[in-house]
Every structure is written in C-alpha cells, then in structure tokens.
Write a protein of this length. Structure first.
Length: 460
C-alpha cells in the first residue's frame, strides 16, 4: 500500500495514527469491531484493497496470490480490468443514485432489455432489479406467489439461495445457516441430483431418476399446490454439484404438471461462467424465471430477476430503494458486452475444460480425491477419507485450503461438506489456469494423509 493510500485513510478517520502493514494486527481489530460472519481470518490474510490486476491479488504485507475465486464468481473480468477502469472514467459524471423502482432512467431500461434478450424463452419477459442474489431470490418467490396464488415451494438438499427471509427457507447446505431461525415458507425439500452420491446408483441417469422419483413421491404426500420449484442450475455453495440434464428436464415437466413455475437460481453459475449465458441452457431447459447477481454488477452490488411478463399483477407488490442505479446499469451493460465481444464464454468452456481434464489426470491416483466435477469455470473437487466409503473428509479439505493459501499463494474457497470450489475469472488464460492447477495439486500432495484439523472458517 502506497504512502498516499495510507494518508487517505488517515484523512478520513480522525485520530487513526499509524497504519501497520500486518494482517494479524488488522484481523484482531476486525474481530473486535465487526460482527462474526464468514470471514476466515485464521486462513486468509488481509487483502490490500489498493492493488490487484487480472487474476492476481495481494495482501497488505506485499505477498502476491493467484486468485481462482473471482470474488465468489463476482469478478467476471478479473481484478481492475483496464477496459473497465477506462469505462468508469467515462461515466464519472453520471448521477450516483436515482431510485429506479420509482423513476425511469434510460440505462436501467436498456439493461433490462438486454437481460430479457439473453435469457431462454420465446415469450415476453420482464426484469426486476435488486442489489444481491438473495434479494433476487426474494423477488422470484414473491412473484411466484403473486402469479399463482399459492404458498408452497419445492427446494433441494443441498441448496444455497441466500440467508435472508424467504431465501433462507429454501437454503439447506449447512445447518448453521438455518438453526434457530423460524422458516417463512412451506417447503417440500428433497435430494438434489448428485451423480457422486446417489443411493444404489452408478450413472448420472440413475441420479436424475432417483431425485425425480423422490420428488414426485414427496409432492404426492405433501401437496401438489406448489407455486414454484426453485433450483440451482449447478449447486454452488452446497458442493459445486453438476446435475444430470435429465434432472433439470424432469423438473420442468413436474412444474408443468402442477401448474407451477420453474425458477433457475443462476446467481453463481450464470453470465457465461459455464460456457453459456446460463448453466440451465446445457440441459436445454427453459425456466419461467432466472435469478442473477454476482458478476452482473461488475464488482458492485446488483441483482436481477428475469421472468415471464407480467412478473407482478399490479404496482407496489415489491420494491427496493437501490437497484440498477444509472452507473451500475451502464457498468453491467459494459460487462455483458465484454463477455460477448471477448469470447469469454468460449474461453470459460475451453480453458475450464482443460483445467478439469488436467485435474483429473494429475489426481487420478489420489485415494482422498473422491470426485472432480464441473462445467466451464465452475469446478468442484470433493475430498473423502477413502474412495470406497466416500466418507467426507472436511479436515483434509480445510488443511488443503490452508496450505494452498499460505504456502502455494493460491486463493481458493471451500464448498459443501468437504469440497473445494474453483471459480476463475472468465478471462483467465490457459497459462494462468495451468499454474493454478499446479499449485492446487501441490497443496493436495503435501496435505493428503496428514493428521489433524485446520480451521473450519476456510469452508466459507
């Protein structure tokens, strides 16, 4: 961090005084002043907020890290991409805030039209803007209830749709997310189609058939008056699970049978990450609604729900003060244009496929690597005590994350019980991708077979 950056902090905070460049020092201060959340101060050092480029970030002590999290799928174009920085300078005089739910402005209308155009379905669509993925899910839930007049929903285990109100009722990836909080929705919850962990099955088709049969049985016993089936097109936080196409196709059929909507949660998997605009396109399925966020804002908080028109039956059924502010809408349009013009969906598909192939090739003999799965730049590696039992090994997973960050300088995240997720920026080069594979495999080789546990905060 430059002296000028430190001086800026000192000018903003009266009496700040010295600003030590020590992660331990600032983590200790954060623990006292900030409510506990998902921060992993026992794993990750303090990030230097003034540096970073592409897939490379730095801590405040000057160490460089290869980032394969892209801010949990937020930074589609990497850290501080030059084109985006130049574009932000062009829009510096744009008004910061206009309450788009109350007053129209051109940028948000153009962004809505763009999103409607890239979302599957040959029918009239509308977009509702919000500020996060969880709020995009909240919007979809309220819209589904408004459209159908029903209050029952279908969700899956594992699933992550957010930690707020209605969204929390659909979430079931970790008990800690829900314990002690009353649930706001009537939810029929059945297993997500997981080819690696299907009872009695051995193929993706078995996994799809088992999940769909279980769901049909649950609906028959609990009630078919469902407003919507809400599903992650790829289960992200729950373990980076890629469902068989037949599963998503079957959900479309079940929704149609019961007059329900199919809502695809694409907050993590959408906007080119899997090689198509939306992951559900790999299954050839057209949902009634799609939720988006993360990459949509180009590093700023922006979410959207895109669905059949009309989304709500009348005005004032839903609203939010902040949403697609003019600057944000323009920046989002820039991100979508960049993904398309730079061929980043093809890059995610091709380079992501080569990463997956390299991981499978180099980890094929490791008995603690249970499954390697993914689509494009959305990958999950699941760790087990042994391949025969498939018993999850979260302690090993956590040690690998600790090793990767502290020794290999590879920035990664956990997912599910015992998986690690890789979410490279969409413009990651093949050279950078293969370097990430090398560092990751080295961390696995160094930690596999060791005893002990590392901090659970690494799991996210």
């Amino acid at each position: 961090m430059k002296d000028s950056d430190i001086q800026l902090l000192q000018s903003l905070v009266p009496g700040l005084g010295e600003v030590p460049m020590s992660s331990a020092y600032w983590i200790q201060r954060a623990e006292k002043s900030m409510a506990v959340s998902t921060r992993g101060g026992d794993v990750y050092p303090v990030v230097d907020h003034t540096r970073g480029h592409g897939v490379w970030l730095y801590d405040i002590e000057g160490n460089e890290y290869l980032d394969v999290t892209s801010g949990v799928a937020v930074r589609a174009l990497g850290l501080r991409p030059k084109g985006m920085r130049d574009f932000e300078e062009k829009i510096v005089d744009v008004v910061e805030e206009l309450p788009g739910q109350d007053f129209d402005n051109i940028p948000q209308t153009l962004l809505a039209e763009r999103l409607n155009g890239i979302t599957p379905g040959d029918f009239p669509k509308q977009t509702f803007f919000t500020t996060s993925g969880a709020r995009a899910i909240e919007t979809a839930i309220k819209a589904a209830m408004d459209q159908t007049g029903r209050r029952r929903f279908v969700a899956f285990r594992p699933a992550f749709h957010g930690r707020t109100g209605y969204a929390l009722a659909l979430t079931a990836s970790k008990a800690i997310h829900r314990e002690g909080y009353p649930q706001a929705l009537d939810v029929i919850r059945t297993p997500y189609a997981n080819p690696y962990r299907t009872p009695g099955g051995s193929t993706p088709e078995d996994a799809a058939a088992y999940a769909l049969l279980t769901l049909r049985d649950a609906i028959e016993n609990e009630g078919g008056d469902i407003a919507a089936i809400v599903v992650e097109s790829v289960a992200g936080e729950g373990g980076m699970i890629v469902p068989p196409p037949e599963f998503l196709q079957g959900l479309r059929a079940i929704a149609d049978e019961h007059g329900a909507l199919l809502v695809a949660d694409e907050v993590q998997s959408g906007l080119g990450r899997t090689g198509t605009w939306w992951a559900i396109e790999h299954a050839g399925v057209v949902p009634d609604m799609v939720t988006s966020a993360k990459a949509l804002g180009g590093g700023y908080p922006l979410g959207a729900t895109i669905g059949r028109s009309p989304m709500f039956r009348e005005a004032s059924r839903h609203s939010e003060t902040f949403s697609a502010e003019p600057r944000l809408a323009l920046l989002s349009l820039f991100v979508l244009k960049s993904i398309e013009e730079q061929g980043l969906m093809d890059n995610a598909r091709i380079v992501g496929g080569r990463m997956l192939e390299a991981l499978r090739d180099r980890l094929t003999d490791n008995p603690h690597v249970g499954d390697i799965r993914g689509l494009g730049f959305m990958m999950g590696i699941e760790f087990v005590e042994d391949r025969a039992s498939k018993t999850p090994d979260p302690a090993l997973r956590d040690r690998i994350i600790q090793n990767a960050v502290s020794k290999q300088h590879l920035w990664i995240l956990g997912a599910g019980q015992s998986a690690i997720r890789l979410l490279p920026s969409l413009n990651t080069t093949e050279e950078e991708a293969m370097e990430a594979v090398t560092r990751f495999v080295r961390a696995i080789d160094e930690e596999a077979g060791r005893a002990g546990r590392s901090p659970s905060a690494a799991a996210g």
